[in-house]
Design a protein around this ligand. Structure first.
Ligand code: ADP
Length: 470
């Protein structure tokens, strides 16, 4: 069942309920009000008749004309009168009753004896439905007469019947018109959904450049279209990134393979000395190492992408990790006579995977050494403040151009200056470092001046501050 049909049916159902309740309340209150009015006018007429009776001192041979002469309102056509003796025998009958015989009911006589007024609805064969009131007339303690006034309920019933007819016609008509309106409006409101479906279909067929026309309004549909477009833009960007990533990965792996192949072919062209073979094998090993590193790093990143990198969550003394890395890096830095110093190492405990933190710091420090000039200086500084451990690694190396800064954490991205400076990089180290920092609930940022050096800052939540997102 389509949403349009469902909406219309729901709307129709609710409206039908409301109309039905409205009609029932209207009919009920109208009927009650009209019946009350009839009763009141009957009672008034009875009181007039009693006053007339009293005016004539309840004479035994009174005629209706005697009464109506003084009280002309008794001669109205729509009501009839009967005045009974205390035993229930008729003494006076209004002329409009003619030959009709309307007796006083037993309950009415019994109530009159007790001095009570009785209202009754009665239906006699061949007569219209009637409403009757019987009022006792007392003189002192004795019941002298019972005045009965009656009227036909036909006009009231006819009016109620007409009201019912109007409601029965107007109700369904209103419902039908509203349903048609609801169907039309639901169709109009849902029209953009059809456009979204069509676009989604084209996108599903592989065309990620498709976008929906930006809406002019900011209503629910407008927001849906905007969100949809943003989602497609994101998907488009990620697919592009994946394609670029595979291109770059194959390119990075092909280079060492080409070198390997070239060297092996060259070596095999003629017989060579053991020394030459040794050189070729050493060079081959270097390339194999490089490829193995790329494959390891790629494997790590793809596992990280699907959440398959297990992370320990234990208290780790970050200052110890930093100092270990510093000592390890000193050895690496020796060749270029670079000094690796820790200007400040506050004791900080973070909840983390120690080995991954070691990898993160080592990545940044080895980059600082790689992209430093000989005789340079790499400075480490660890502080704890406001629930955060902040580690900065500064170098005085080649720096990073401002337009390249936002891209250095991308996989395989290497700056032009870095490519010229060092041949060995893979462009994956910073992507891994960023993932490790973020997986521990931290962050990594960089500032740099081309030609003057770079500063990488890692922030991690301290153990007491917050549990890491591992
Ligand atoms: P790589 O193996 O190339 O070092 P990374 O992912 O570790 O790969 O770094 C990505 C790029 O960021 C590097 O190629 C280099 O261009 C730049 N970079 C990283 N660290 C520094 C630094 N300390 N100084 C200058 N450039 C850096």
């Amino acid at each position: 069942m389509s949403v349009r049909l469902r909406l219309t049916l729901w709307y129709g159902g609710v409206l039908a309920g409301v109309l039905l309740a409205f009609a029932a309340v209207l009919y009920g209150t109208m009927a009650a009000a009209m019946r009350t009015q009839v009763d009141r006018s009957l009672e008034d007429a009875a009181r007039t008749a009693i006053r007339s009776l009293e005016a004539h001192r309840f004479g035994p041979f009174l005629l209706f004309e005697d009464l109506s002469a003084d009280f002309p309102e008794l001669a109205t056509l729509d009501k009839f009168f009967q005045i009974f003796g205390p035993s229930g025998t008729i003494t006076i009958k209004s002329p409009n009753l003619r030959q009709h015989d309307i007796p006083l009911s037993r309950p009415a006589i019994e109530a009159a004896v007790q001095g009570l007024t009785t209202f009754e609805s009665a239906r006699y064969p061949g007569e219209p439905p009637m409403r009757l009131v019987a009022v006792p007339v007392r003189h002192g303690d004795a019941l002298v007469n019972i005045v009965q006034v009656g009227t036909s309920l036909e006009p009231v019933e006819a009016m109620l019947h007409r009201l019912l007819l109007i409601l029965l016609i107007a109700g369904p008509l209103t419902l039908a018109v509203s349903l048609a309106g609801g169907w039309f409006l639901a169709g109009r409101a849902l029209r953009p959904v059809a456009a979204i479906t069509a676009a989604a279909r084209r996108i599903a067929a592989g065309d990620l450049t498709q976008r929906l026309n930006e809406p002019t309004s900011c209503d629910e549909i407008g927001q849906l279209i905007q969100t949809f477009n943003q989602m497609i833009a994101k998907l488009d960007a990620s697919f592009r990134q994946i394609r670029q990533f595979s291109t770059e990965a194959s390119h990075e792996l092909r280079t060492p393979l080409t070198v390997l192949k070239g060297e092996a072919e060259l070596a095999l062209r003629r017989n060579r000395s053991a020394e030459d073979y040794r050189h070729v094998l050493e060079s081959a090993l270097e390339e194999i190492d490089r490829m193995a590193r790329i494959v390891d790093e790629l494997l790590f990143l793809s596992r990280a992408d699907v959440g398959e990198v297990p992370l320990e969550s234990k208290p780790v003394a970050l200052h110890t990790v930093v100092d270990d890395v510093r000592r390890q890096a000193e050895v690496l830095a020796q060749e270029k006579r670079i000094a690796v110093l820790a200007s400040r190492l506050d004791p900080c405990t973070v909840t983390a995977d120690e080995w991954r933190l070691h990898e993160l710091v080592l990545n940044l420090v080895s980059n600082a050494i790689t992209y430093s000039h000989p005789d340079g200086r790499v400075e480490l500084r660890l502080t704890c403040q406001g629930g955060l451990a902040e580690l900065t690694i500064s170098d005085q190396g080649i720096g990073i151009a401002p337009d390249e800064l936002p891209r250095i954490f991308d996989r395989f991205y290497r700056t032009t200056a870095a490519r010229a400076h060092a041949k060995t990089g893979t462009g994956l180290g910073l992507a891994i470092a960023k993932w490790i920092a973020e997986a521990h609930g931290g962050a990594i940022r960089v500032s740099s001046m081309p030609g003057h050096g770079s500063t990488f800052t890692v922030t991690l939540p301290l153990s007491s501050a917050a549990a890491p997102a591992v």
